[in-house]
Design a protein around this ligand. Sequence first.
Ligand SMILES: *[C@@H]1O[C@H](CO)[C@@H](O)[C@H](O)[C@H]1NC(C)=O
Ligand SMILES: *[C@@H]1O[C@H](CO)[C@@H](O)[C@H](O)[C@H]1NC(C)=O
Ligand SMILES: *[C@@H]1O[C@H](CO)[C@@H](O)[C@H](O)[C@H]1NC(C)=O
Ligand SMILES: *[C@@H]1O[C@H](CO)[C@@H](O)[C@H](O)[C@H]1NC(C)=O
Ligand SMILES: *[C@@H]1O[C@H](CO)[C@@H](O)[C@H](O)[C@H]1NC(C)=O
Ligand SMILES: *[C@@H]1O[C@H](CO)[C@@H](O)[C@H](O)[C@H]1NC(C)=O
Ligand SMILES: *[C@@H]1O[C@H](CO)[C@@H](O)[C@H](O)[C@H]1NC(C)=O
Ligand SMILES: *[C@@H]1O[C@H](CO)[C@@H](O)[C@H](O)[C@H]1NC(C)=O
Ligand SMILES: *[C@@H]1O[C@H](CO)[C@@H](O)[C@H](O)[C@H]1NC(C)=O
Ligand SMILES: *[C@@H]1O[C@H](CO)[C@@H](O)[C@H](O)[C@H]1NC(C)=O
Ligand SMILES: *[C@@H]1O[C@H](CO)[C@@H](O)[C@H](O)[C@H]1NC(C)=O
Ligand SMILES: *[C@@H]1O[C@H](CO)[C@@H](O)[C@H](O)[C@H]1NC(C)=O
Ligand SMILES: [Ca+2]
Length: 580
Amino acid sequence: MRPSQWTSAVAALAATGNAASLADICTTPYAKAHLPSDSTVDGITIDTSSVTAQATYNVSVSDEVMYPDATISYCNVTFAYSHNGLEDQVYVAYWLPAPSAFQNRFLATGGGGLAINSGNTSIAGGLPYGAVAGLTDGGFGSFDTQWDAVVPLANGTNNWPAIYMFGYQAIHEMTLLGKALTKNIYGTDNSTKLYSYYQGCSEGGREGWSQIQRFPDQIDGAVIGAPAFRYSFQQVQHLFSNIVEQTLDYFPPPCELNEIVNLTIAACDPMDGKTDGVVARTDLCKLRFNINSTIGKPYYCAAEAATPFPPAPATPAQNGTISAKGVEVAATILAGLKDSEGRQVYFSYQPAATFADAQTQNNSLTGDWGLYQSELGAEWVERYLMLQNASLLPTLDGVTYDTLRDWIVQGLHMYADSLQTTWPDLTPFEQAGGKVLHWHGESDNSIPTASSVRYHESVRKVMYGDLSYNASNAALNEWYKLYLVPGAAHCSPNTLQPNGPFPQTNLAVMIDWVEKGLEPVTLNATVLQGEHLGENRQICQWPLRPQWTSNATVEPECVYDQASIDSWHYDLDAIKLPVY
Ligand SMILES: *[C@@H]1O[C@H](CO)[C@@H](O)[C@H](O)[C@H]1NC(C)=O
Ligand SMILES: *[C@@H]1O[C@H](CO)[C@@H](O)[C@H](O)[C@H]1NC(C)=O
Ligand SMILES: *[C@@H]1O[C@H](CO)[C@@H](O)[C@H](O)[C@H]1NC(C)=O
Ligand SMILES: *[C@@H]1O[C@H](CO)[C@@H](O)[C@H](O)[C@H]1NC(C)=O
Ligand SMILES: *[C@@H]1O[C@H](CO)[C@@H](O)[C@H](O)[C@H]1NC(C)=O
Ligand SMILES: *[C@@H]1O[C@H](CO)[C@@H](O)[C@H](O)[C@H]1NC(C)=O
Ligand SMILES: *[C@@H]1O[C@H](CO)[C@@H](O)[C@H](O)[C@H]1NC(C)=O
Ligand SMILES: *[C@@H]1O[C@H](CO)[C@@H](O)[C@H](O)[C@H]1NC(C)=O
Ligand SMILES: *[C@@H]1O[C@H](CO)[C@@H](O)[C@H](O)[C@H]1NC(C)=O
Ligand SMILES: *[C@@H]1O[C@H](CO)[C@@H](O)[C@H](O)[C@H]1NC(C)=O
Ligand SMILES: *[C@@H]1O[C@H](CO)[C@@H](O)[C@H](O)[C@H]1NC(C)=O
Ligand SMILES: *[C@@H]1O[C@H](CO)[C@@H](O)[C@H](O)[C@H]1NC(C)=O
Ligand SMILES: [Ca+2]
């Protein structure tokens, strides 16, 4: 094409709402001319002067766990809007593929911890699939500002708009605006369906459920990992291990608990039928492994520097033998929170997960190990329940299992309609044709794997309670499938179980399901580290559990095992109302 033909081609395409290249659409005037209208979201005003558009070409993304390696080019379009009546400013960012790469897809993304977005990580995951992807800053001040920077407004005064923005509103608005922007930019005609997806893990997983539960028409397919939902329980759970240590008055050197984990992995690995370093059946481990057998075994760890995430202080070299007290701490943590009357309040991580919340602190003055506050748990109580502008509690003195129970109930009262995110009746979403792939690492050390099992079970009972167990699971699994990922840690592969599979291609699987009707049975996964790097694996669909017939077999049989299924369910008899 000669330059003059090029120009007229662009003009012709532009006239129909299309454009020829990434450069053509990636200008501020073009983005401004194709903004969504204010009426896309009730009660907002878009600041047209805030629009930016910047193109990036041929950037490589690699070693991501939520999508395979790729080279992507995109236009980053950002703009701000405000809520009428509030003097706020919310920024959204969208990464748009070149028109030739666009495949009629939109992907909403979320964050992790107290961040409402994942920076440039999750948003890049749409580009390999020709999707526009979006994120929001929640109105918290900048794309890098976390939610806790704006809560409370002052000591004792909650920032309710920010609570609801984080809870569900910001992702909802970003999704509506993103879908409208996408249609405008690419000139999608009204008869062409724009497929809409969500992908996120941890807090990002909770955000995904927050949308499905409230906005049934918004998302065609959601890929949800290890969601931080049942929020009031989940956040207090982070403090439980510290209170076990305080109650039992024993503060294990981290190495002691790490060796208990290593011995647990070694003992429970073969229970799934294949000795490969992966505990694919933590349920059998829970039923059969006696953790007391680790007492007296030696441990040694070299000195280590502090790490920012997960946050952990520096540790000196540790050399000793596993004590009965150390094992009692581990066993009490694994049994889950019980109140002083012995009633179950919540449940814990699976055996073979590391004891991340049980972190103790070396006192360099006394040389002893002592109490440390698990940050997410402590901040939840101090900032969001006590409404104090601080990230740690002043002290854990006097805090008991009953205190933790009461904090859970208090959080339930305060945030049942904003953060809890366990509404179990998904009938509207199901009737709109929505689909969910929900996955959770079986060795997750931050969000109990049983938390996902409980929610799947709650939805099953609420929606299909009049059917038999098998018939109701079959009905539910037609559109909402749960997969427990053998050996996987929190939203990531696990260095302690490197041969485990990881479902890196979830979005591709979901797209095939939504757009081609290819319903997954086992979940596609890949080994992402170690000697089997790159090999394909399949993951069994809940409630079936993996079992290998020999060391040489690559794929498991997916078996029905009632005792195993039962081991995932808890009667939370300390809480006198349904806990979904
Ligand atoms: C991006 O890569 C493609 C294919 O290799 C190449 O044709 C193009 O020139 C590159 N673009 C830029 C801006 O480097
Ligand atoms: C994300 O940001 C990092 C750090 O600035 C940069 O190295 C990386 O290339 C960015 N990724 C993408 C896909 O733009
Ligand atoms: C998109 O561009 C804006 C404005 O330049 C920038 O602040 C933001 O970090 C970018 N977002 C991403 C996810 O790259
Ligand atoms: C909360 O404390 C931080 C310092 O930790 C301070 O920067 C911020 O201004 C305080 N916010 C309020 C509302 O007092
Ligand atoms: C699409 O539908 C909207 C409202 O339903 C209408 O205003 C608009 O003209 C239609 N666009 C096209 C290209 O048909
Ligand atoms: C546990 O095993 C891992 C290797 O799988 C090793 O790096 C670590 O040092 C072990 N921990 C202890 C306490 O021995
Ligand atoms: C499987 O492999 C482990 C070691 O990798 C070995 O100890 C075990 O005997 C093997 N099991 C069978 C049935 O061959
Ligand atoms: C482990 O040992 C403790 C005493 O140290 C005992 O109370 C407990 O019952 C033992 N657990 C098992 C499963 O044997
Ligand atoms: C650990 O302590 C034991 C007994 O004191 C000693 O024999 C061993 O050498 C020590 N190991 C290391 C690595 O320091
Ligand atoms: C704690 O640190 C101090 C100083 O680094 C050291 O002397 C002491 O042995 C450590 N305590 C333990 C239990 O390792
Ligand atoms: C707010 O509460 C925090 C934690 O209790 C305290 O450190 C801070 O000084 C208080 N701020 C004001 C303005 O009172
Ligand atoms: C399944 O995973 C393999 C890598 O293990 C990948 O090559 C393949 O494309 C994936 N299938 C789907 C449907 O995404
Ligand atoms: Ca195994």
